[in-house]
Design a protein around this ligand. Structure first.
Ligand code: AMP
Ligand code: GLY
Length: 423
């Protein structure tokens, strides 16, 4: 079987690494891929911002299955275009992907289907923002409606700050057209959990839960990033909570989407806040999380291809995944300056020594390869991921591996999973 993975980050390296283990795959391609992915799959150039470029690649390859990693091609309709040409593709259609691409759509959907989420207001002008703010107690969460690569959420300490932030979003100053509409939200408190489910449009199969670390610095300080590290282990949520989340959140979303004529196939990522009032939806993503996918797939013991095909072909069942009871931790090593401006092209040393640490797999996110050497090429550079029988051992292995890797300006959080260790 010929499989194409679209994307070129750490998530896609984990997907490729796991798919490589499937005995039914004879040809594995990744576009555009990255330096590390090139060791596991044949990488091909593509411009993921340009739908025509992706379609041209499909015409060249005629893949038996295409797996779409990032949100951008999903929200621009790559699944509609590929399935329309008879190419089996894993992921939601453009309309279904609105759960991620429009926060106002997601909030109204949640309200229609009585799925727990924070109180909110949708505003198209500064005047609407000012009127709505009267009903919010600070801090107030201000969100750009559209895709903003992690920069579209601001937690404002006061109503004045919220109004200023909303104004900067509405004017296009902060996140361009993604902020032409804003959503104000009540600020929720609690532990965040990334709860992902596989769906065929009707049924769901939960993946093991994970926890991300979004802020750039230790202690959850500094600006938000795409994610600086994540871990997964059996006790993040217990079986009872998992069933509750399936029955009260994931399945109602999938069935609600079907009832509204926008069947959702693929992975639905539910970003949850475990509040004193119970779990509440913070956001949806219409794809695998990055970096959550790295530790999640380290724990997967069954064939990923079988599961992805069950989604595409419409026979998902809860038994589609077999999981290890181990813990897994991913520590992201980033370029100096990330999530702000950073330089690329720094030589990376120590990858072999890091990969030799027991239980460790170094996933590449922003790397390129020249003459057998690896160089940085993005903000998030590597996802150093370790598996072990318990969380302390997995954390120890991941950091032992990180200590062996060097590149100019490298930085990473030293406290991934530490809150769970201290519990
Ligand atoms: P998003 O860009 O939607 O993934 O949100 C980014 C982060 O903002 C989330 O992971 C939370 O940490 C935070 N966040 C979003 N909505 C809320 C909320 N209503 N209350 C508290 N924190 C939030
Ligand atoms: N780690 C958060 C995300 O994938 O959006």
């Amino acid at each position: 079987m010929k499989v194409l993975v679209l994307g070129g980050g750490g998530r896609e390296h984990a997907l490729v690494w796991k798919l490589r283990q499937s005995p039914r795959i004879s040809q594995l391609y990744c576009a555009p891929g990255n330096g590390g992915i090139a060791e596991d799959a044949e990488c091909l150039p593509v411009d993921l911002k340009n739908l025509d470029s992706i379609i041209a690649l499909g015409q060249q390859l005629h893949p038996d299955l295409t797996v779409v990693g990032p949100e951008l091609p999903l929200t621009s309709g790559v699944v509609d275009e590929f399935t329309g040409r008879g190419w089996r593709t894993f992921g939601p259609t453009k309309d279904a992907a609105r759960l991620e691409s429009s926060k106002s759509f997601a909030k109204e959907f949640l309200q229609r289907h009585r799925i727990p989420t924070a109180h909110y207001a949708i505003c198209d002008s500064l005047q609407e923002v000012r009127e709505a703010l009267v009903h919010f107690h600070p801090p107030v969460v201000v969100k750009a409606d559209g895709l903003a690569a992690g920069k579209g959420v601001v937690i404002a300490a006061s109503r004045e700050e919220a109004a200023q932030t909303a104004s900067d979003m509405l004017s296009g100053k902060l996140v361009g057209t993604a902020g032409a509409r804003v959503v104000l939200e009540e600020c929720l408190k609690g532990d965040e959990v990334s709860f992902l489910v596989l769906s065929d449009g009707e049924r769901v199969a939960p993946l093991v839960a994970a926890q991300d670390h979004k802020r750039v610095f230790d202690g959850d300080n500094g600006p938000n990033t795409g994610g600086m590290g994540a871990y997964s282990m059996p006790t993040i949520i217990d079986d009872k909570m998992r069933d509750w989340l399936v029955n009260h959140i994931a399945r109602p979303v999938i069935q609600g989407m079907k009832a509204e004529g926008t069947e959702f196939k693929g992975v639905l990522y539910c970003g949850l806040m475990m509040t004193a009032r119970g779990p509440m939806v913070l956001e949806f993503n219409c794809r695998f999380g990055d970096p959550e996918t790295q530790p999640i797939l380290m724990r997967l013991e069954s064939d990923l291809l079988d599961a992805l095909e069950a989604s595409v072909d419409g026979h998902v069942s809860e038994g589609d995944f077999k999981w290890s009871a181990d813990a897994a931790v991913c520590v992201v090593m980033a370029s100096g300056g990330y999530p702000g401006r950073f330089d690329a092209g720094k030589k990376i040393l120590g990858l072999d020594a890091a990969g030799a640490v027991e239980g460790v797999k170094v996933f590449h996110a922003g790397t390129s390869r020249r003459d057998g050497e690896f160089y940085t090429s993005g903000g998030r550079v590597l996802g150093v991921t370790a598996r072990a029988s318990d969380l302390p051992a997995a954390v120890q292995r991941a950091y032992e591996a990180c200590a062996k890797i060097t590149f100019e300006g490298a930085h990473y959080r030293k406290d991934i999973a530490v809150r769970a260790l201290n519990k």
